[in-house]
Design a protein around this ligand. Structure first.
Ligand code: HH2
Length: 278
């Protein structure tokens, strides 16, 4: 496996396939293996660099899923997609291990190696990439009055510590990307501050992945204080702002729309760089 920035040049799109009955944005849509497999294939055709398969919802208030049930959900999908570029969204080492056997290229662990003591070793003994995400609290309770003195420096300090932990446990630094964890124990204002100051995370020298797609903060920014999700257009707006601040990998539900928008934004950025260099 090449260093993560060569495998996922900026911008790269990661499609989301939640094989769950209760995900916040596509809840139930891809719960059947056949639909999940078809969705993943469609996303790859639409230009996704990788598809993130998950069997446990991490939405606020979601309840935990046991190992057997998570395996039952994701294994048929991973099996059918073996050979395709797949990421596994799990915090369980055994789920990651099985996914890696089917050729998964990336382990997306929203607990940043804190959820399962065996996860670091499973990732380190593979060639896979690893995404370390910031999460305050746990999914069931994380949105109950999240509070930070300074969200940007606290998230950065957390990710710096988890990066050091992963490297100390044998995961090659060149395979790791960082994620501020939009909506994971954060208010709308926290999420905006994190996108605005992505330079603080980029200072660690690792690519940044972001998942703002359809999150409730977007709906709230559009004026509905009770919104449970955001629109596609709002998701693209957030992705473009994040791209302009250096994000490499975009975890999204609407692959085609994001690929199109980011392709144009990247072309404009290249034209701008060429004009500056001329
Ligand atoms: N967001 C969700 C799940 N996994 N992984 C990373 N690295 N970053 C994220 O922002 C992120 C993530 C939640 O979104 P979704 O998968 O659409 O919903 P659910 O967790 O309810 O399945």
């Amino acid at each position: 496996m090449r260093p993560i920035e060569l495998r996922f040049p900026r911008p790269s799109v990661m499609g989301i396939v939640n094989v769950t009955p209760d995900s916040f944005s596509d809840g139930g849509l891809n719960f059947e293996a056949e639909t999940a497999i078809a969705s993943a294939r469609r996303m790859l055709e639409e230009g996704a660099a990788i598809v993130d398969i998950g069997g446990e919802s991490t939405r606020p208030g979601a309840s935990a899923v046991g190992l057997e049930e998570e395996l039952r959900r994701v294994i048929p999908v991973l099996e059918a997609l073996a050979g395709a570029p797949i990421s596994i969204d799990t915090s369980k080492a055994e789920v990651a291990r099985r996914a890696l056997e089917f050729g998964a290229e990336l382990v997306n662990d929203v607990t940043a190696l804190r959820g399962d003591p065996l996860m670091a070793e499973v990732v380190a003994s593979s060639n896979a990439c690893l995404c370390l995400m910031h999460l305050r609290g746990e999914p069931r309770t994380m949105q109950a009055a999240p509070h930070y003195q300074d969200v940007v420096s606290e998230v950065a300090a957390f990710l710096e510590e988890r990066l050091a932990f992963a490297v100390a446990h044998g995961v090659r630094e060149e395979r790791i990307c960082l994620d501020p964890g939009i909506g994971f124990g954060k208010t709308v204002e926290h999420n905006l501050a994190l996108v605005n100051r992505l330079d603080v995370l980029l200072a660690f020298g690792r690519p940044v992945l972001i998942g703002f797609s359809r999150k409730r903060s977007l709906g709230r920014l559009l004026g509905d204080p009770e919104a449970r999700r955001g629109t596609t257009a709002a998701s693209i707006g957030a992705a473009l702002a994040a791209f302009g601040r250096g994000v490499s990998i975009f975890r999204v539900h609407d692959v085609r729309e994001h690929v199109e928008a980011l392709t144009v934004a990247a072309a404009i950025e290249r034209a701008s760089a060429a004009a500056d260099g001329a």
